[in-house]
Ligand binder design. Structure first.
Ligand code: G3H
Ligand code: 13P
Ligand code: NA
Ligand code: ZN
Length: 324
């Protein structure tokens, strides 16, 4: 079933675990993310970024997505995930990632999203609070959870590049929770978006600890979100490059660091880049190596009469093994 983000975040706080938030850009990806969580008997957070909604609404040049495109995309992915949620026995959250304005959040909620992020991190503190509070008022009135953002991550974020990061100030974080009523807050403590996070990227775990301690002191019960948390596995990058790819300067966050940050008070861990890498690897691998074998399972049945997949030409048959 579909649930808002809030109760799942409450469980992570109560039981001290971290929950991954995984970005998707297509219905097939949403299905893949749900299935892998079912396998692990875990709740799932699917995230559609603001422009991913534009893309899923049929806007192929998604950088130019309009509000109408985002509305259509939110309806498309919202309807698909609603249906998956009815068939699934795990709790599923459909969360808008980096919503850029009030209307984008409304579009997501109308399409069936159960949680939205309003990213006012590029605004001055007071304006960020005002915008976020407006979204909280609208969303909470409809049973939808809200994530805000405070601080600036270095690297590419929302297609804007920032050279350096501005860490989240713990006292500002407390005031932000108090004045906006958000359920979750994305903080800046050293992570960054994308596949090139720099050599020996150092996470400032003490910032997470300080924020959590200030929150506890003020009796604030809220979730902390770590964006830009992909691990960028070296073996996947190597496999992509062995299959003709040309990726360089790839560095991710280590699993040890992430685990330590969860211990320090992180509740949600955002991952997009690792999925992009895995999909790229699987595509290359599928067409290079696995074309010899006939596709198996119910999908392969479409091509039952073929000796190998070399004679196949139906993307509906290629996509599921790539999503695996
Ligand atoms: O944090 C941003 C996500 O990685 C989404 O990226 O806007 O290119 O879909 P996108
Ligand atoms: P990565 O680029 O490290 O996967 O981060 C994704 C993210 O923060 C989505 O909001
Ligand atoms: Na931001
Ligand atoms: Zn992010």
């Amino acid at each position: 079933s579909l649930i808002p983000l809030r109760p799942l975040m409450e469980a992570t706080i109560k039981y001290g675990f971290g929950q991954g938030g995984f970005n998707v850009n297509a219905v097939a990806q949403a299905k893949a993310v749900i299935e892998v969580h079912e396998m692990f008997r875990s709740p799932a957070i699917l995230q559609g970024a603001d422009l991913a909604n534009g893309f899923m609404g049929g806007r192929i040049d998604f950088l130019n997505a309009t509000l109408e495109d985002k509305k259509a995309g939110a309806r498309n992915i919202g309807n698909a995930v609603k249906k998956y949620g009815m068939d699934s026995d795990i709790p599923i959250v459909l969360h808008l990632d980096h919503g850029r304005d009030f209307d984008s959040c409304v579009a997501a909620i109308e399409g069936g999203y159960t949680s939205v992020m309003i990213d006012g991190s590029s605004l001055p503190f007071k304006e960020n609070i005002e915008l976020t509070r407006e979204v909280v008022k609208y969303a909470h009135g409809r049973g939808v959870s809200v994530e805000g953002e405070l601080g600036v991550l270095a690297g590419v974020e929302d297609h804007v590049f920032s050279d350096s990061s501005t860490y989240t100030n713990p006292l500002d974080a407390v005031e932000f929770f108090q004045k906006t009523g958000v359920d979750a807050l994305a903080i800046s403590y050293g992570t960054m978006h994308g596949a090139s996070k720099g050599k020996d990227v150092k996470l400032r775990k003490e910032i997470v600890i300080a924020i959590r301690e200030c929150m506890n002191h003020q009796g604030i019960f809220g979730a902390l979100v770590s964006h830009g948390s992909s691990t960028v596995p070296k073996y996947i990058v190597d496999e992509i490059n062995d299959l003709g790819g040309k990726l360089s300067n790839t560095e991710g966050i280590s699993m040890e660091q992430l685990t330590a940050d969860i211990g320090a008070g992180i509740n949600k861990i955002n991952v997009d880049t690792d999925i992009r890498l895995a999909v790229t690897r699987n595509m290359k691998e599928f067409f290079e190596k696995y074309q010899e074998k006939r596709n198996s399972g119910s999908i392969g049945a479409i091509y039952e009469r073929l000796e190998t997949m070399k004679e196949a030409f139906d993307p509906r048959v290629f996509l599921p093994p790539i999503m695996d």
